[in-house]
Design a protein around this ligand. Sequence first.
Ligand SMILES: N=c1c2ncn([C@@H]3O[C@H](COP(=O)(O)OP(=O)(O)OP(=O)(O)O)[C@@H](O)[C@H]3O)c2ncn1[C@@H]1O[C@H](COP(=O)(O)O)[C@@H](O)[C@H]1O
Length: 121
Amino acid sequence: MTSTDSLDRLAAVIESRKPAHGGDPEKSYVARLLHKGPDAFLKKIGEEATESVMAAKDIDYGGDPQKLVNEVADLWFHCMVALAHYGKSPADVVAELARREGLSGLEEKALRKAQAREAGE
Ligand SMILES: N=c1c2ncn([C@@H]3O[C@H](COP(=O)(O)OP(=O)(O)OP(=O)(O)O)[C@@H](O)[C@H]3O)c2ncn1[C@@H]1O[C@H](COP(=O)(O)O)[C@@H](O)[C@H]1O
């Protein structure tokens, strides 16, 4: 089993919680988030991102690295709810990362700046 298998399975569960598939906000956290709408899960993404940063900073002061893993899991999970709402999947994110494979971030940034200069931005 690979980590992308787990993400694909979770994506399928999230999909099944959509209102159109009978997700029940009384019985499911995901259905409740989707029922509340984008503001609810986008707010959670912001919170979990902040909590991830705080957990990482805590490690420098003796905090438990597992706390960072837990917060990043919360972050990824809520991002997956957003991806599902907007019709995208973890496979799309993995494909984008694969597309970037081997392209240095510094090279990519230089290329982007050159393109912006050519476009007169
Ligand atoms: N991976 C997760 C997952 N990670 C985190 N969470 C929930 O996300 C919330 C995180 O919010 P917080 O840490 O801020 O905790 P909280 O104080 O309870 O949150 P709020 O009251 O502020 O909303 C908690 O309620 C967690 O239980 C998750 N809920 C569900 N899943 C997966 O989604 C599947 C479907 O879940 P249901 O739709 O609930 O059946 C589950 O089987 C899991 O695989």
